[in-house]
Design a binder for this molecule. Structure first.
Ligand code: NAD
Length: 334
């Protein structure tokens, strides 16, 4: 293993790999990796998949690309990468494939559909799904993939488009532990943290739990800021106080939802970019399904799901999820 790679936390049972940014120059990483590069398949070149695939290219991996929306492949074709006409054809040409798709339905179609990966997958292939989908679907796909003599791992991400561009995503990986090293060789090109979570589906479980907490804390931050503003407080001052007090959280100190409080976040740009309200509503729906199947009480998670669903119906679907602040500003209660 290269000097810039570290496996840590084995004693605690947590396999955690972290890339130290200063440890090796990109040129050194590229020349090291150029030596053994076979093409990697990449399916789903959207907001996240596009920069992730570009980071694989930067590390010297030739790509075999497919997206149902041809325009998404255009710049990769112009850059000389192979663009293919179906997931099955990607599987015929590449024995390592990464998928980055919106929902469980899309993932099922790409893997098990009429022209899906499973139609032509080669024995021994490694299939990594980085979409956020239902853990039960990941487990089902893993079984089908295993029947074909290949390996499936779920590896959803945390970090958003900015982290995808800078190669600083966190990957939460579920699957056979012996395959983790092979998965992290690729995932480490796109993320600064690659965490082994356990059996297949546990990566999705970690992701869904994190996003449920994020949704709840964002709503809490937005409600707090709205109340404070209506009480006459300056939003920057209130943010400063919260961030030096016990109410501090990522939504208050890193991704504040109030326009004018922070630069470089979606609230500073009319809630454009970032993590769409539709995707948050989807992830909360997955949390609800998981809560039902495990008989777990998630009172606030359920409420958060209803709030983000309502926002989708009221014109916020394409805005970043921190637009819950704007949604609350427009609401008045007795
Ligand atoms: P996106 O909608 O921007 O991109 C998805 C891409 O998949 C699109 O290009 C679409 O054309 C393609 N696609 C859809 N169905 C397909 C099919 N059947 N065959 C081939 N291609 C197909 O979504 P995104 O923002 O890139 O998110 C992808 C996944 O990552 C989602 O599950 C999301 O929840 C998760 N995620 C997103 C963010 C974020 O900030 N956007 C952050 C963390 C995780």
């Amino acid at each position: 293993m290269a000097a810039s790679l570290r496996l840590r936390g084995a004693a605690s049972g947590l396999r955690y790999w972290s890339r130290r940014p200063a440890a090796a120059s990109l040129a050194a990483v590229c020349s090291r990796s150029m030596a053994s590069k076979t093409p990697v398949g990449f399916i789903g070149l959207g907001n996240m998949g596009n920069p992730m695939a570009k980071n694989l290219m930067k590390h010297g991996y030739p790509l075999i690309i497919y997206d149902v929306f041809p325009d998404a492949c255009k710049e990769f074709k112009e850059a000389g990468e192979q663009v293919i006409s179906s997931p099955a054809d990607v599987a015929e040409k590449a024995d390592r494939i990464i998928t980055m798709l919106p929902t469980s339905i899309n993932a099922m179609e790409v893997y098990s559909g009429a022209n899906g990966i499973l139609k032509k997958v080669k024995k021994g292939s490694l299939l990594i799904d980085s979409s956020t989908i239902d853990p039960a679907v990941s487990k089902e796909l893993a079984k089908e993939v295993e029947k074909m003599g290949a390996v499936f791992m779920d590896a959803p991400v945390s970090g958003g488009v900015g982290a995808a561009q800078s190669g600083n995503l966190t990957f939460m990986v579920g699957g056979v532990e012996e395959e983790f090293a092979a998965a992290k060789e690729l995932l480490g090109c796109m993320g600064s943290s690659v965490v082994y979570c356990g059996a297949v589906g546990t990566g999705q479980a970690a992701k869904i739990c994190n996003n449920m907490l994020l949704a709840i804390s964002m709503i809490g931050t937005a409600e707090t800021m709205n109340l404070g503003i209506r009480l006459g407080l300056d939003p920057k001052l209130l943010t400063k106080i919260v961030n030096m007090s016990s109410g501090r959280c990522w939504s208050s100190d890193t991704y504040n939802p109030v326009p004018g409080v922070m630069d470089g976040v979606p609230s500073a740009n009319n809630y454009q970019g970032g993590f769409g309200t539709t995707l948050m509503a989807k992830d909360l729906g997955l949390a609800q399904d998981s809560a039902t199947s495990t008989k777990s009480p998630v009172f606030l998670g359920s409420l958060a799901h209803q709030i983000f669903r309502t926002m989708c119906a009221k014109g916020y679907a394409k805005k970043d999820f921190s637009s819950v602040f704007q949604f609350l500003r427009e609401e008045e209660s007795f």
